[in-house]
Design a protein around this ligand. Structure first.
Ligand SMILES: [Cu+2]
Length: 454
């Protein structure tokens, strides 16, 4: 809402000169569409231009366009934004058109497009169209293929999207800072023949990482590797919307990685095939089955599966990437008896809690006071209790009766009879171990974990 008001206030005063855009043959700049919501907005079917089935940007939206003499015109505005990472935490980021990441751009193979880029940042920027085949002068590398776009100025990029697939856009100017601040967006080019690569549901999101100290709002931009917030489209669990499908749907998920490390994306309950990479579609005979796909830095991967009913965890398999800030620098306490030292510290710090004496699972439920604007390290609740997750985690929800094209949350899965893990209440036989090592009372004594409340 804030950014919408800001747009209205600044739109009239913007320093757009008619001379700067006359080259592109446009009489006026396309209207700036902006988004204040963090909810997934499945886009409508294209109102103009060639037909395609739009992608669903997780916790995002697609940028509207206008047709101008056969050219599809878009308008991106680079600007500071406030993004809610999950309920309880907002971040001061830089993005496009009111959000980070920016809106997804969708075109069709063969479309001639014109993208106006207005800079409302305090420093210069450019946009690089990552993976796109285009004239060198449209590649958006500041200093190499164009002058930087100064604050207040608008540049025009124009090219034909010749190859269908999954792409990204991001600045190629002061990159370390501008990417660490969240400047990025997805770019999907649909095949000209709508029957090609057709799926029932098509999701897209970008991997982004931030380093925001607990209690603060602005990312530390000099961090190279030790980020503490691992996001999908600048959202962390439990703020990432569920990916909803109908049983038997052919589902595609497209993932681009603009973090500084790789992410093995793992989907439970299915076998999938990688059908698209940065370079294009993978020929049918060259696809092999997977349950995890590693998305390296700067890469895009699209994978497809036939949806099977259930609630299926979908997450990065690096366990530190499925937790929120605070997970770093904590000593391992498993097997350590902290009782004496805890009592002494509590005399100085009454709220002090020792962490991890029996493992870290208690973190999923404990009510430790957190600084303002900070998410718990492990959080979220499912139908059976705490999920103990954060960061790059969501749920693929597949239902037999989910209407075609409906993305509304169907609630938790109702497991058919006799398909749910249960608690064994019978007697347990003593395990028989051959040649079990004899414990020597003279050696190390480790206190066994016991279950007592904090
Ligand atoms: Cu990861």
């Amino acid at each position: 809402m804030n950014s919408r008001r800001r747009f209205l206030q600044t739109a009239g005063a913007a320093a757009w000169s008619a001379a700067a855009i006359s080259k592109a043959g446009a009489a006026t700049l396309p209207e700036v569409a902006t988004q204040g919501s963090v909810i997934t907005r499945p886009p409508p079917l294209p109102p103009t231009g060639p037909a395609f089935r739009p992608v669903v940007t997780v916790n995002g939206w697609s940028l509207p366009w206008r047709m101008n003499n056969g050219v599809k015109e878009f308008h991106l505005v680079a600007e500071p934004v406030v993004r809610e990472l999950a309920q309880g935490m907002k971040a001061n980021l830089w993005g496009y058109n009111g959000q980070s990441p920016g809106p997804t751009i969708e075109t069709v193979e063969g479309d001639r497009i014109r993208i106006f880029v207005t800079n409302r940042l305090p420093e210069h920027t450019t946009i690089h169209w990552h993976g796109m085949l285009l004239p060198s002068g449209m590649d958006g590398v500041g200093g190499l293929t164009q002058p930087q776009i100064q604050p207040g100025k608008t540049f025009v990029y124009e090219f034909v999207t010749t190859r269908s697939g999954t792409f990204m856009y991001h600045p190629h100017a002061d990159e370390m800072v501008q990417m660490a601040m969240g400047m990025m967006g997805s770019f999907v080019v649909h095949p000209k023949d709508v029957r090609q690569q057709r799926v029932d549901r098509d999701f897209v999101f970008l991997l982004a990482a931030y380093d925001i100290d607990p209690g603060s709002f602005t990312p530390r931009i000099n961090t190279m590797l030790d980020f503490n917030l691992w996001t999908w489209n600048s959202r962390v669990f439990p703020g990432i919307d569920h990916l909803v499908a109908r049983t038997g749907d052919r589902v595609r998920i497209r993932v681009g990685n603009l973090t500084m490390t790789n992410h093995p994306m793992h989907l439970h309950g299915h076998s999938f095939e990688v059908t698209g990479t940065d370079g294009g579609w993978v020929p049918r005979g060259a696809r092999w089955p997977e349950v995890s796909v590693d998305v390296a830095v700067g890469q895009m991967r699209a994978f497809e599966f036939d949806a099977i009913a259930g609630d299926w965890a979908f997450h990065c398999h690096k366990s530190h990437h499925t937790m929120n800030a605070m997970g770093h620098g904590v000593p391992t306490m498993i097997g350590v008896d902290p009782r004496g030292i805890t009592d002494r510290i509590r005399k100085l710090v009454p709220d002090y809690m020792a962490m991890g004496e029996r493992g870290m699972a208690d973190m999923g439920t404990m009510e430790m006071p957190l600084p303002d604007n900070t998410l718990p390290m492990m959080t979220g609740t499912g139908p059976f209790g705490p999920l103990e997750m954060g960061g790059m985690f969501s749920v693929v929800k597949v239902r037999d009766n989910q209407p075609h094209g409906d993305y509304t949350d169907p609630g938790w899965y109702r497991h058919p009879k006799n398909t749910l893990a249960w608690e064994w209440n019978g007697t347990l036989p003593e395990p028989s171990r051959a040649n079990a090592p004899q414990s020597d009372p003279a050696t190390l004594q480790v206190r066994k974990p016991t279950h007592h409340g904090h």
